[in-house]
Design a protein around this ligand. Structure first.
Ligand code: PLP
Length: 398
């Protein structure tokens, strides 16, 4: 059987060998609990603190501003619910806080916000995107109200790879804040951006930023939230007071060590070269598919796009059916976000771009990673056109 081709790096990534090596001691001999006072505990505690410093270095912040969580989903939930909890305690004259998020947020932002709205805890508005999936920054100030407390905009979208002008939005919010009684805090979900884009929190002018380990060749079960000093976030998980009280629970020491090593790998100068190669493979894929498959369309921005993301729409071919057919040929792809692919609902991201429900069902996401080879891309280019042709024949279109 020929080798499997993995083109779903936005869903998750394999652990880098250097990450695995860094973690392994903490799964075996250095297994201590960082809260213990003895040698084993202190060894684990130093490893967690060194990891925190490494990640803080990458984000351009201080160690105490990095809070480890069990996932980016948890970090996103903490950024919203933790901020609201903190604000309710400090700014009593905001009776019902107002949140603004983009229409293309990941479910890990969307769902906690919709839940808060459903329970009558917040007012919620959405910043729309244009047909390319870029937020309409000109409309942001109009959405702001006296009770606005948080704006959360995804840095790079997980389905269509569009990159938002986070630094520009951050500067705009800073200007708006100069005229206000209550500060608006700015959060970005940077999960898909970390491999490729500047994540310096000062450059981006953000108050909170979410990262995930398993999207950057680190292990699953580790994430982090950057919380700028002075941001009134209150903890949601209470217990032993780990993570400076922000997130109780015994730290996932091997996971955190692996996460920090994964971040160190991104900072290696060789990553730039790998990313150039990833972009070249992406461009080859886009160019050839659009040329060789009739009625195919690239979804999302051509310019402001992650170097590893392609998302195609094929007229009259169903995305799920394409993914299954590719899987039968040994190619792992996706119709959109891994977290929502169990749902038969069309993607809210694609609908937000103005696609019809039918078009949204016809999308195929291929995401490239540092282990992707040109042969693998060639295999997709060979296998995909006949799959689309066959599916269109079955659908009675051709
Ligand atoms: N945010 C974005 C943009 C993502 O792509 C994902 C995962 O798909 C998440 C958040 C959730 O990450 P985690 O799996 O670490 O909870």
């Amino acid at each position: 059987m020929s080798k499997k081709v993995y083109l779903d790096y936005a869903a998750t990534t394999p652990v880098d060998p250097a990450v695995f090596r860094a973690m392994s001691a903490f799964l075996k001999k250095d297994f201590g609990n960082p809260s213990s006072v003895h040698y084993f505990g202190q060894k684990a505690k130093s490893a967690v603190e060194e990891s925190r410093q490494k990640i803080a270095g990458f984000l351009g912040c201080s160690g105490e501003e990095v809070i480890f969580t069990g996932s980016a989903t948890e970090a996103n939930n903490l950024s919203i619910n933790g901020l609201l909890k903190g604000i309710n305690g400090s700014q009593k004259n905001i009776s019902k806080p107002h949140l603004i998020i983009s229409t293309i947020e990941h479910h890990a932002i969307f769902e906690p916000c919709l839940d808060l709205k459903k329970r009558g805890k917040v007012e919620l508005d959405f910043l729309p995107v244009d047909g390319d999936g870029i937020v309409k920054i000109n409309e942001l100030e109009k959405l702001v109200k006296p009770n606005t407390v948080l704006i959360s905009i995804i840095y790079a979208n997980n389905e269509i790879g569009t990159i938002q002008p986070i630094a520009e939005i951050g500067k705009l919010i800073k200007r708006i804040n100069e005229k206000r009684e209550f500060k608006i805090y700015f959060h970005t979900d940077a999960v898909q951006a970390v491999n490729f884009l500047d994540c310096n929190t000062d450059n981006l002018c953000v108050d909170m930023l979410t990262v995930s380990s398993h999207k950057i060749y680190g292990p699953k079960g580790a994430g982090a939230l950057y919380i700028r000093k002075g941001t009134p976030v209150a903890p949601l998980i209470l217990g032993g007071g780990q993570e400076s009280g922000f997130r109780s629970g015994t730290e996932n020491v091997p996971g955190i060590v692996g996460f920090a090593e994964a971040v160190a790998c991104i900072q290696d100068p060789r990553t730039k070269i790998k990313n150039i190669r990833i972009r070249q493979l992406r461009d080859k894929l886009i160019k050839r598919v659009l040329k060789e498959i009739p009625d195919s369309q690239l979804i999302g921005s051509k310019t402001f796009r992650l170097p590893n993301n392609v998302n195609f729409n094929f007229k009259s071919a169903e995305g799920e059916a394409i993914v299954i057919a590719l899987d039968q040929k040994g190619i792992a792809a996706s119709t959109g976000s891994a977290c929502s692919s169990k749902s038969l609902e069309p993607s809210h991201v694609l609908l937000a771009l103005g696609l019809s429900e039918e078009e949204a069902h016809g999308s195929l996401r291929l995401t490239i990673g540092k282990y992707t080879t040109e042969e693998e891309i060639n295999k997709v280019l060979k296998v995909l056109p006949p799959i689309i042709k066959r599916l269109r024949e079955i659908a009675g279109v051709n």
